[in-house]
Design a protein around this ligand. Structure first.
Ligand code: ADP
Ligand code: MG
Length: 694
């Protein structure tokens, strides 16, 4: 008798099952044609022999979707263990999980699930779990050996995000204690030496920290690393450069897309721009163009950036090309560079820039600036064109500019505010940070600045140990230590209700949206209604409370120039923070009512390092500790006012550095709240003291 599996023909004759099986078979066929399929046995074999496998294959090969399925089929998820696969971005974790669930014919959240911060779609039967790399690092608190997982796939490792680098560094330590743990480092670029060196370096921890269980010699020799390079790009991609540089890449993007549409064969276009505003602008220009065309030559423009809902994403990912369907133009931020696979792309338009965050330790500012991409990025972007057939990339820069680009992007770990990272490491029991092995060690200036800040925040003591209870609490809170500090101190200042709102509101992008110039006076009127002279953060409380008391509709928000989606996000963030407060800090979340003084003092305990005084003479701001001059952001309620002294939670660089999210403070509060930081004590026992790195 034939088994059910073998007898596909019979099932195909059964009308009820036909379409399901057809779909499944089509996916099966696609799966077996993916470049990674040929290497399945080699991958599984390597995993038997080595602890760590570095897997290099171009985007679209099947790393993310196929690897976990191969491992599952080979029994790596037996006995309740899970296969983890990490992603640098939340959006990728959920999208890819749903694709894999689909391929396996299971419901998302059961055998295949995902978890991201504040959202867990897994169950006890989950065998393949997608999650963000940051979340997996936090899991170490609960389970220092990550014993739930048999294999951990660190995906998109080439991006070198801060969380990925941190995860790899701690995984190396976990693996030293768990020889059975397998790590796969999946990368889309061939630069494997950093990973290989890191994982093959001798164990540097002292003998006392070695695993205590019996290690047989053959087990020790298996503490080893290997790399597999899987084939090249699927199809060739032609590269076109500009002959002269363009002064306006947005205009050039539009004309290039239209030229492709006019002159090139069918095939969808993927456009890379730097941010959401640019994406929306080009999408609306393309929409206007499309409206003016006969239906035969229409374009459909679709935006793609982080934060979009499933409804917006569906037409991008769940799409099957049919003859005669309009040409799609997906206008995306860098999010489409590697982790997401968009079907049917043949043309890529690459503006050559990316928005990158860089932290400047000398003034403590994080700067989100548009900078040229690296050659590695340019090649990644180009690669997106050659997945279904030979493709073409239009680089909106000259060949000389390409040659002048850096070969790789600087790892995020080397250009970030390290305070949250160092706090996390301390909480994981890694006290000797000077000896901690980073994948690429951050500059010492960044380390010192972060330690100095954590000390001033009273999160670590002079010996570099976490303080109790503040430090230990903050380490568990998945937000920046400043937010945590403010929430913690709110008990003392009796303003928890307000602080939770403030914390939620500064976690969102922007609550007001600035309209075009004809509506500007209505906009200013609206802001004025919510505005208070104590500054923006207190104004946000008014906005949030008004929203709470409103019907909570898009219409209500729109009339007041408020961002509906962001307010919904703030509401959910506040709920999470409040739950955290109740479970870790206190039972009663009290309100300070109209006592804005306590509230502002409480905020100062967290943002004392970002205080500036107002210069009446020219309207500028001068950092109190530091040399920088900055300006009040035009969106602030304090714009065109002259507060004596204020604190800011963010600096935004456009034409000049603008301070955002302001709160007025009184100079004498500094003596009361942060005397050491500003050297305001008469006797100064510890003003110049620095915590030890060790
Ligand atoms: P990699 O991780 O190596 O970049 P993926 O596993 O993400 O590759 O994708 C492998 C292939 O699976 C893609 O080339 C594409 O054909 C298909 N694929 C992946 N995700 C989707 C999706 N959401 N919709 C349609 N096809 C997809
Ligand atoms: Mg991938």
């Amino acid at each position: 008798m034939k088994s059910m599996e073998q007898n596909n023909d019979n099932q195909a004759e059964d009308g009820d099952h036909y379409s399901y099986n057809f779909h499944h078979l089509r996916l099966e066929g696609e799966r077996s044609r993916l470049p990674i399929a040929k290497h399945r046995d080699a991958i599984l074999y390597s995993l038997e022999r080595y602890n760590t496998l570095i897997l290099v294959a171009p985007t679209g090969s099947g790393k993310t979707t196929q690897l976990p399925q191969y491992l599952d089929a080979a029994g790596w998820a037996a006995e309740g263990r899970r296969i983890a696969i990490t992603q640098p971005r939340r959006l990728a974790a959920s999208t890819v999980a749903s694709r894999v669930a689909n391929e396996m014919g299971v419901d998302l959240g059961r055998e295949v699930g995902y978890s991201v911060r504040f959202d867990d779609v897994t169950s006890p039967v989950t065998r393949i779990q997608f999650l963000t790399d940051g979340l997996l690092v936090r899991e170490l608190y609960r389970d220092p050996l990550l014993s739930r997982y048999s294999v951990i796939i660190v995906d998109e490792a080439h991006e070198r995000s801060l969380a990925t680098d941190l995860l790899l560094a701690v995984l190396k330590k976990v693996q030293q204690k768990r020889l059975d743990l397998r790590i796969i480092i999946a990368s889309a670029t061939a630069d494997v030496e950093t990973f290989r060196k890191f994982f093959s370096a001798p164990i540097s921890s002292p003998a006392a920290h070695r695993p205590r269980f019996d290690q047989r010699p053959e087990d020790l020799t298996r503490q080893s690393v290997t790399a597999l390079h899987l084939g090249g790009r699927l199809f060739p991609v032609d590269v076109e450069y500009l002959t002269t540089p363009t002064p306006d890449y947005l205009a050039k993007t539009l004309s290039t897309v239209l030229a492709i549409h006019r002159e090139e064969l069918p095939g969808d276009i993927l456009v890379f721009l730097t941010g959401r505003d640019e994406v929306e602008k080009v999408v609306s220009q393309l929409y206007t163009f499309s409206e003016s065309q006969r239906s035969a030559s229409r374009l459909v423009a679709l935006p793609l950036y982080a934060g979009l809902g499933t409804d917006d994403l569906d037409p991008i990912f769940n799409f099957a090309a049919e003859p005669g369907s309009p040409r799609r133009v997906i206008v995306a931020t860098n999010i489409a560079e590697t982790s997401l696979t968009i079907p049917n792309i043949t043309y890529v338009v690459d503006c050559g820039f990316v928005k990158l965050k860089t932290y400047h330790p000398h003034n403590g500012w994080e700067r989100l600036g548009v900078t040229p991409i690296s050659q590695a990025s340019a090649n990644q972007r180009a690669g997106r064109a050659g997945r279904v057939r030979p493709g073409k990339v239009f680089r909106l820069y000259t060949e000389a500019s390409f040659s002048a680009m850096a070969p790789h992007t600087v790892p995020e770990m080397q250009r970030s505010d390290l305070a949250p990272t160092l706090l996390l490491l301390k909480a994981l029991g890694i006290h000797n940070l000077a000896k901690f092995e980073f994948l690429s060690p951050p500059p010492s200036q960044l380390m010192l600045k972060a330690l100095e800040f954590l000390y001033a925040l009273q999160v670590i003591d002079l010996k570099g140990q976490l303080t109790v209870p503040l430090g230990t609490h903050l380490a568990e809170l998945p937000t920046h230590p400043s937010l945590g500090k403010m929430i913690f101190e709110s008990v003392k200042f009796k303003c928890t209700q307000e602080i939770l709102t403030v914390a939620a509101m500064i976690s969102i992008k922007s609550v007001f949206f600035r309209p075009s110039s004809d509506q500007l006076s209505a906009y200013e009127d609206s802001i004025r209604k919510f505005g208070v002279e104590e500054g923006d953060l207190l104004t946000y409380i008014n906005v949030f409370n008004a929203y709470q008391a409103s019907p909570k509709t898009a219409k209500w928000c729109k009339r007041r120039f408020l961002n509906f989606q962001e307010l919904q996000r703030a509401e959910s963030t506040r709920r999470q923070l409040k739950a955290y407060f109740h479970s870790h800090i206190g039972s009663a979340a009290v309100s300070c009512g109209r006592d804005t003084q306590s509230l502002r003092k409480c905020i100062l305990t967290a943002y004392f390092h970002q205080v500036a005084s107002f210069n009446d003479f020219d309207g500028s701001l001068q950092q109190l500790r530091g040399k920088e001059t900055l300006y009040i952001h035009p969106d602030s309620v304090l714009f065109r006012r002259s507060p004596k002294m204020l604190l800011y939670t963010e600096v935004l660089h456009t034409t000049k550095p603008f301070a955002r999210h302001l709160v007025t403070i009184e100079p004498e509060w500094l003596t009361e709240i942060v005397p050491d930081y500003y050297q305001l004590r008469t006797a100064r026992p510890s003003s110049s003291a620095m915590p030890m790195i060790g």
